[in-house]
Design a protein around this ligand. Structure first.
Ligand SMILES: Nc1ncnc2c1ncn2[C@@H]1O[C@H](COP(=O)(O)OP(=O)(O)OP(=O)(O)O)[C@@H](O)[C@H]1O
Length: 314
């Protein structure tokens, strides 16, 4: 699959700290790349470098295999950027906002109305096109923010946390709109700390923390690999002190933690599908009585926790 962008070892340092540290990844043409990380992980800094808003201290960014340094004007004309903070004018109407951005992008005069109406339709704001942005709900403002990035018919769109602080209905609308853009062949970089959004729309995932890449894979591969991992939670009324050591000797058990009468066991079901039987036998051999047992498959949220030791929304 052809890449539309290639990020090669970019670094950004503030006050002696590399907030983005030797980061490399590619965006495939016509794909949605989910760019995921907790607060302060370096997502916006990366997005700002990719969008040419700030400059990397080291490394290169390639657009269609040409260094952006050498094609910045063409690059800026062919991309749409949806910044994290709203970039709309509250005192202008929805239509006037779009017209402003269309003129800024140099859309030819005879096309301005057409692209503005198209963008308004795309985000379902055509019926409020003559209302001032300041009268809009948070979700409508976010949708207008996205519409503004569409007026130059971009081949690539970069969105920085476009669903923060909005109602579920607007959030779903935005996710569906992004999928529609992808289906039209637009490539998308989508930054968020909502794991479920990535699971709903993205083909590829990058997970970063402390400016470094932890995961770079397709969503299918991640699901496939981690679906072999599950967590078994067992409540037991009593058990021997050496129960943990005994469980750890079972093939397929990766780790065990005990908190009061709750025992959590990470297992790899691929290694041994009898692992659950072996665990319950070990409990009965330890004269322990199990009061409840639950088994959960890991989701992306758990994977993140496993990798970083932090929750995405800490
Ligand atoms: N202009 C700047 N000057 C100094 N430090 C900065 C600057 N911009 C970002 N940082 C620091 O770089 C780190 C990464 O910030 P960044 O905004 O890229 O993270 P993020 O992953 O986008 O977080 P969030 O999800 O909260 O938006 C943070 O510690 C932040 O304080």
């Amino acid at each position: 699959m052809e890449n539309i962008m290639r990020i090669d070892n970019i670094t950004k340092t503030y006050d002696g700290v590399a907030v983005v540290n030797n980061l490399s990844f590619s965006l495939k043409k016509g794909h949605i790349l989910g760019f995921l990380g907790p607060n302060g992980a370096g997502k916006s800094t990366t997005i700002n470098m990719i969008s040419s808003l700030i400059h990397q201290d080291a490394g290169h960014i390639y657009y269609k295999e040409v260094d952006v340094e050498k094609c910045r004007k063409k690059f800026k004309n062919e991309i749409g950027v949806v910044p994290q903070s709203l970039a709309i004018y509250e005192d202008l109407t929805a239509y006037q906002n779009l017209k402003f951005f269309a003129e800024l992008y140099g859309v030819s005069k005879d096309k301005v109305e057409e692209v503005c109406i198209y963008a308004l339709n795309f985000v379902n704001l055509e019926n409020v096109k003559d209302k001032k942005a300041k009268t809009f709900s948070g979700g409508m403002k976010r949708r207008l923010n996205i519409a503004c990035s569409l007026v130059n018919s971009p081949e690539l769109i970069i969105l920085d946390e476009p669903t923060v602080g909005i109602d579920p209905q607007s959030r779903n609308f935005i996710l569906e709109a992004i999928k529609k853009l992808r289906d039209q062949g637009v490539s998308v970089i989508y930054t968020t700390h909502y794991m479920e959004e990535i699971e709903a729309i993205a083909e590829d995932v990058i997970i970063v923390d402390h400016g470094q890449k932890l995961v770079d894979d397709t969503i299918d591969n991640i699901r496939e690999n981690y679906s072999k991992q599950s967590i078994v939670s067992i409540r037991a009324d009593k058990f021997d002190q050496n129960l943990k050591e005994k469980i750890l000797t079972i093939a397929g058990v990766d780790s065990v933690s005990i908190d009061g009468n709750l025992i959590k066991i990470n297992i790899n079901t691929e290694v041994n599908d009898k692992v659950l039987n072996d665990i319950t036998s070990t409990f009965s051999q330890s004269n322990s009585s199990i009061s409840s047992i639950n088994s959960l498959n890991l989701n992306l949220e758990d994977i993140f926790l496993e990798l970083t030791g932090t929750k995405l929304r800490d």
